[in-house]
Design a protein around this ligand. Structure first.
Ligand code: URA
Length: 318
């Protein structure tokens, strides 16, 4: 009896965490096991709770709708505990700002650069690639996401972030009220490293001029680097991603916010809340520019927002 009560309370606790997007288990399989435990087997009609379109829970894999229990082991908790919760208030966003300052023929310039990359043989990766992966998205919204290098799916489809990490990135972008097809997503390397190994320094050096040129043409209002390689390259830093993420830097004059790579969230779903917070700040930067962080700095002098890379960060420049 005591055991059943403890299990029920534990289940409710875990369910609450899953709802808030805090998936703290190190293995995705454990989350599945928890979900199975929380989802009794029978199928009578049950109220459908729509998945949130934003908030950290929006990144979480969808849980099947709750069903009525049939067995004795999983007794339904008292009505007060299962009453439908009031819908959580999700942030809503205005339409994102438009790009400014681009050349009238910016799309043609990008297309020409893409053709150049598609013929590139400057490093050994051209020998093993199926396709050059130049980008994904139109870039009409002046927000650019930069990651590491294409994987197998991207190499096969010639488009950045189309695999599992890409599906998660789509949700991350949707959580700030933007359709991923409207932003610009690209990588430091345009060709897949064999077996998805880390990019070599020589490959980064050879390929990065394409990225720098993409940024020059796109003139983004904000850049978000995903993971270590893009962040370290653009910030000329050797610091670990955990020290750089969530802080606002400048790349030339453009605000740059590093966050974790979506693949890191797939391995460790506990990072979802952190990334959710990072992208809320990203959206503020897109809407308000550097004013978004100037307020934070004045209001709170938050050590966590104090940059560590002197030359290109928000405060080091002052
Ligand atoms: N991971 C990356 O870094 N880039 C992609 O395009 C896909 C997965």
């Amino acid at each position: 009896m005591e055991r059943a009560r403890i299990l029920r309370e534990l289940a409710l606790q875990i369910e609450g965490e899953l709802d808030r997007g805090i998936l703290c288990w190190p293995e995705p399989e454990w989350n599945e096991a928890v979900r199975r435990f929380l989802t009794p087997p029978a199928q009578p009609a049950a109220p459908h709770r729509p998945a949130p379109s934003s908030g950290p829970a929006a990144f979480a894999r969808r849980r099947p709708p709750a069903a009525e229990p049939t067995g004795t082991a999983r007794r339904r908790p008292p009505a007060a505990e299962t009453a439908p919760r009031a819908p959580k208030k999700q942030p809503t966003f205005p339409p994102p700002p438009e790009a400014t300052g681009r050349a009238p023929d910016w799309e043609k310039q990008l297309a020409a650069l893409k053709r150049e990359a598609e013929a590139c043989t400057r490093c050994q990766l051209h020998e093993t690639r199926t396709n050059v992966v130049f980008n994904s998205g139109t870039g009409t919204v002046p927000l650019v996401f930069i990651s590491e290098a294409p994987g197998a799916n991207e190499d096969a489809q010639a488009e950045a972030f189309v695999g599992r990490a890409g599906q998660l990135l789509t949700k991350i972008i949707a959580a700030i009220g933007i359709d991923r097809k409207d932003v610009y997503i690209c990588n430091v390397l345009k060709c897949r490293p064999p077996q998805n190994r880390n990019p070599l320094p020589v490959e980064i050096e050879t390929c990065s001029p394409y990225l720098f040129k993409q940024l020059e043409i796109l003139k983004p209002r904000v850049i978000c680097t995903l993971g270590l390689f893009a962040t370290q390259l653009l910030l000329e830093s050797k610091a670990p991603i955990g020290k750089l993420r969530g802080r606002v830097f400048r790349y030339h004059d453009t605000p740059l916010l590093p966050t974790y790579h979506p693949a890191a969230l797939l391995r460790n779903p506990g990072l979802k809340r952190t990334v959710w917070e990072d992208v809320q700040l990203l959206r503020k930067l897109l809407d308000e520019g550097m004013a978004a962080v100037a307020k934070d700095v004045v209001a709170a002098e938050t050590p966590a927002r104090r940059p560590q890379v002197a030359s290109r960060d928000l405060f080091g420049a002052q």
